[in-house]
Design a protein around this ligand. Structure first.
Ligand code: F6P
Length: 328
C-alpha cells in the first residue's frame, strides 16, 4: 500500500441520505484500524473552504450507524464552484495535513470532487449517497433502500384510509430526475398506477386505466407519481383532471416530501455503507483516486467518477413490465 496518504478527510455533500452516517463511521473506523489519521469535514465543501474540521477517532462515531441524516451535515456551496473557493479549500486542507478526501454524495458532489482533483492533484474517492439511486455504475446508492421502504410504509398507511372511503390517492414521491423510487415502491406497495418521467402514457390513458380498475371491482386506488413525472404539470393538476373526467372517484393528494430522506437506515444500507467505507480508504492507500465505490450484483466495483457523472441510471424495463402486469 502507498504510504503517501497519512490523513484522510471525510465529508457529506448534497441531499442527505440514510446510510451516510454508517459510511462516515466506516471511513473513520477503517482509518483507525490502519493507523491513519482521519479528519471530519463539516458542512460539505463550504466547511472545507472555512476550515470547519475536527480530528476523529474510532470513538468519535459511536452510536451513529442507526441514525438517518449526517452528523457532518451537508451544505450547498456556491463558493466551491469557483477556482478561488476551491483554492481556499485546498489551502485549508493542506494547513491541517489532510492529503486525501472521501466524498459521500451524489452527482453534483462528485463533479466538484473531480474538478478539485484536476486542479490540485488531490486524491479523492466517492461513495454514492442519494435516495434517488440515479448514479451510473452502481446498482445501489446509499439511502435508496431505506427511502423505498419508507414510501411503501407510507402508502400502506394511505391505503387503509383510501379503502375505508373508496378514495383515489395521488401520492407524490421524490427522485429529482428519475422514477426509480416511484417504480420500486409502486410495485412494492401494489399501486394501481405508477407515473414516472421515463414514460409519459398520457392523461387519457390514465383515466381509462383507472376506469377499468374501478369497473373490475377495485374500491380504492393508489397512483404513485414521481416528482419529475410529465403526465401533468403537477400532482394537483392530475387530481383536478381525474376528478373532472372520472367523477366516480373521490380524489385526494399526499406529497410525501422530505420524510423520504430521513429515518433509520435499513440493514441493507448500513451494510452497504460499511463495505463502501472500507473500500474507499483502502483504495486511497493503494494510491487510487477519482473513482466511486459502486456495487454490482453483490460485489463492490471501482467506477471512474467521470463515468459515474456522465449520465443518469435508467429504470429497469423488466420492472416496468412487471408493474404493468401487476395492475391487471
Ligand atoms: O437528490 C435527492 C433529493 O431528495 C431529490 O429526490 C429531491 O428532488 C431533492 O433532493 C430535494 O432537494 P432539496 O432537499 O434541496 O429540496
Amino acid at each position: 500500500m502507498s504510504k503517501s496518504v497519512k490523513n484522510i478527510g471525510v465529508l457529506t455533500s448534497g441531499g442527505d441520505a440514510p446510510g451516510m452516517n454508517a459510511a462516515i463511521r466506516s471511513v473513520v473506523r477503517t482509518c483507525a484500524y490502519l493507523n491513519i489519521k482521519c479528519t471530519a469535514i463539516y458542512r460539505g465543501y463550504q466547511g472545507m473552504i472555512e476550515g470547519d474540521f475536527k480530528a476523529f477517532n474510532a470513538r468519535s462515531v459511536n452510536n451513529i450507524i442507526n441514525k438517518g441524516g449526517t452528523i457532518l451535515q451537508s451544505a450547498r456551496s456556491e463558493e466551491f464552484r469557483s477556482l478561488e473557493g476551491r483554492k481556499k479549500a485546498y489551502e485549508q486542507l493542506t494547513k491541517v495535513g489532510v492529503d486525501a478526501i472521501v466524498v459521500i454524495g451524489g452527482n453534483g458532489s462528485f463533479t466538484g470532487a473531480l474538478k478539485f482533483n484536476e486542479e490540485f492533484d488531490f486524491p479523492v474517492m466517492g461513495i454514492p449517497g442519494t435516495i434517488d439511486n440515479d448514479i451510473l455504475g452502481t446498482s445501489f446508492t446509499l439511502g435508496f433502500d431505506t427511502a423505498i421502504n419508507t414510501v411503501v410504509d407510507a402508502i400502506d398507511k394511505i391505503r387503509d384510509t383510501a379503502s375505508s372511503h373508496n378514495r383515489l390517492f395521488f401520492v407524490e414521491v421524490m427522485g429529482r430526475d428519475v422514477g426509480l423510487i416511484a417504480l420500486n415502491a409502486g410495485v412494492g406497495a401494489g399501486a394501481e398506477e405508477i407515473l414516472i418521467p421515463e414514460q409519459n402514457l398520457g392523461l387519457e390513458r390514465l383515466v381509462e386505466s383507472l376506469k377499468r380498475s374501478k369497473n373490475s371491482g377495485k374500491s380504492s386506488s393508489i397512483v404513485i407519481v414521481a416528482e419529475g413525472d410529465k403526465t401533468g404539470n403537477n400532482v394537483f393538476e392530475l387530481k383536478d383532471y381525474v376528478e373532472k373526467n372520472l367523477p366516480i372517484y373521490d380524489v385526494r393528494v399526499s406529497v410525501l416530501g422530505h420524510m423520504q430522506r430521513g429515518g433509520n437506515p435499513t440493514c441493507f444500507d448500513r451494510v452497504l455503507a460499511s463495505r463502501m467505507g472500507v473500500k474507499a480508504v483502502e483504495s486511497l492507500l493503494e494510491g487510487r483516486s477519482t473513482e466511486m465505490i459502486g456495487i454490482r450484483d453483490t460485489s463492490l466495483v471501482l467506477v471512474p467518477i467521470a463515468d459515474a457523472i456522465s449520465g443518469l441510471t435508467q429504470v429497469d424495463q423488466e420492472l416496468i413490465r412487471v408493474s404493468d402486469i401487476m395492475t391487471t
